[in-house]
Ligand binder design. Structure first.
Ligand code: SF4
Ligand code: SF4
Length: 531
């Protein structure tokens, strides 16, 4: 592959609008290598771990499944398959609380581990990916259930359908405090990360791959640079970017690297760019070279509320409490369990929920560092939130409209451009949990949209049903009319036939009588002549 120059403005990285310099707390979990966990007795696999439509189960209660077996297929184009992380028996398929900001339940497959670790038959495509078409490669990615592992969980195969991509940006920025899973992945699996990026590059026909890493990760930078050097091609290049939150947001990162802003409501592909997380690239490598679907990921277990913070390689479906126990358990002053980081994560009210594909971090805070305050003060219109917003929104206005549920104004003020980075809430002197207001407002609007579109669908269905009934009625009436006409015609024909027959018989009677009279007359004439 040939290298082209990065197209950032005059070779300079652009500055991030707004954003914050935050204390990182990264060293808490980076002092040890990635560890592996003992397998658990039971795994809980939610069927909705991704953006899009829920997957459709392929297994039944009581069925034995093998490690890597597909448990549920994608429910639609925008969906992702899920696989068994172990071999064992499906003991239930039922609703269970899933780790989601909504706190709601969803359908999950429960598997009892048989501890045999028996894999399905696998056929890795390996280096042949270079001779395999993009569409076949996308199918492999789709069948492997790979989603964006930076937290968004967007189905990767869908993202890779974008065409005319010049540059693949590999996102190794990991700008949120505490989270270090991408950092340690790059340190320990740099070659595999590049291998995955090369495969993605082949699928989207990218000309270059820029690996973006924040300057607070020197070990990761060195490891990736060493892997680039041993790769020997000029396809890869590192872009070291200044540490500032939220530089790792997709649109923010693209702007920093290219100097171009992704227009509102548009996709990065329109700038010839596609962005993937480094962990997603690693998952692609495993899918292609080991035929291993996405059944595990690296998760940072951290915070001052856990005894031994570290990064662990976790099978998807592992109960969170087992991960915490693997890390020495909770400290005495532990308080909240948060999935994700302190800025974008959300609080969980139980730890029996499973690790899912989007779980990059489990953060346990202490009472002293409680992030989500129960009470807040009124807005004093200080404007600090506006300065901090990297998307140039008006957070305090959004807050007013969200509290008064003024949906029209929220939409006008671009609520859906909010990336929920939490910068506004972080700087707010009144401790207003602004992001919670935005999330709630977004969910309400989506709900109303769904209800409206489902009532539109119901109305359309009802109208279509009515039209169908009317059509059937019209057709039936037409049939009856034709039948009646036919019967009438038949009756007329019969009547006509009868009349003709009657006339004919009258004529023949007359003819016969005339004939008889003529015969009698000629008889009489004959007799008188003989006399
Ligand atoms: S930072 Fe907080 S108090 Fe200040 S304007 Fe924004 S919402 Fe209001
Ligand atoms: S959470 Fe939304 S409104 Fe607040 S700073 Fe981030 S993007 Fe702006």
């Amino acid at each position: 592959m040939t290298q082209t120059k990065a197209f950032n403005v005059e070779g300079q990285l652009s500055k991030l609008d707004g954003g914050l310099k935050l204390t990182a707390f990264k060293q808490l979990s980076t002092h040890t290598a990635i560890s592996s966990m003992e397998q658990c007795k039971q795994y809980i696999i939610p069927l909705q771990q991704h953006i899009g439509v829920i997957s459709q189960p392929l297994v039944k209660n009581g069925e034995r499944v093998l490690k890597g077996q597909m448990l549920a297929k994608p429910g639609d184009l925008l969906s992702a398959a899920v696989h068994a992380p172990i071999s064992g028996i499906v003991t239930d398929i039922k609703q269970h609380t899933i780790p989601h900001a909504s706190g709601l339940s969803d359908l999950c497959v429960f598997i009892e581990n048989d501890f045999k670790d028996e894999w399905v038959v696998r056929h890795p495509i390996g280096d042949k990916y270079n001779q395999t078409s993009s569409s076949n490669m996308r199918k492999i990615i789709r069948d492997s259930g790979i989603v964006g592992l930076g937290g968004a969980a967007f189905p990767s195969s869908v993202k890779q359908t974008e065409m005319n991509i010049k540059t693949l940006i590999l996102n190794g920025v990991e700008c949120e405090p505490y989270i270090t899973c991408d950092d340690v992945l790059m340190r320990e699996y740099a070659k595999e990360v590049l291998s995955g990026a090369d495969i993605i590059g082949h699928i989207i026909k990218a000309r270059q791959c820029l690996i973006a890493i924040e300057d607070n990760k020197p070990e990761a930078i060195n490891a990736i640079q060493a892997a680039i050097d041993s790769d020997g091609t000029d396809f890869f290049r590192i872009e070291v970017i200044p540490t500032k939150y939220p530089s790792g947001g997709e649109k923010q990162l693209i702007q920093i690297i290219t100097g171009k802003e992704v227009p509102k409501g548009r996709y990065p592909a329109e700038l010839g760019v596609l962005c993937h997380n480094v962990a997603t690239a690693y998952a692609v490598h495993r899918a292609v070279h080991q035929a291993e679907p996405l059944i595990s990921r690296i998760v940072t277990i951290t915070g001052h509320g856990v005894e031994q913070p570290q990064n662990i390689n976790v099978l998807i479906g592992t109960p969170m409490q087992d991960c915490i126990e693997h890390c020495g358990g909770y400290t005495d002053n532990s308080d909240e369990l948060i999935m994700g980081g302190p800025m974008m994560g959300f609080s969980l009210n139980a730890d029996d929920m499973p690790v899912i594909k989007a779980t990059n971090c489990l953060l346990v805070t202490t009472k002293e560092e409680s992030i989500f305050k129960s009470k807040h003060m009124p807005c004093i219109r200080c404007g600090k939130c506006v300065e901090a917003c990297p998307v140039r929104l008006l957070p305090q206005q959004l807050y007013w409209y969200a509290s008064s549920q003024n949906i029209d104004r929220l939409v006008e003020h671009n609520l859906f451009d909010c990336i929920e980075c939490g910068c506004c809430a972080y700087v707010c002197p009144s401790d207003i949990p602004l992001v919670q207001y935005y999330r709630y407002a977004k969910t309400t609007i989506w709900q109303q949209e769904r209800e409206r579109s489902s009532s539109d669908i119901s109305r359309e269905r009802h109208e279509a049903h009515q039209l169908r009934l009317e059509k059937i009625k019209r057709e039936r009436e037409e049939k009856l009319r034709k039948k009646r006409e036919l019967l009438k015609k038949k009756a007329n024909d019969t009547a006509n036939n009868k009349t003709e027959t009657t006339n004919d018989s009258k004529q023949s009677v007359i003819a016969e009588a005339v004939a008889r009279a003529q015969a009698k007359k000629s008889e009489r004439n004959k007799n008188s002549e003989s006399k």
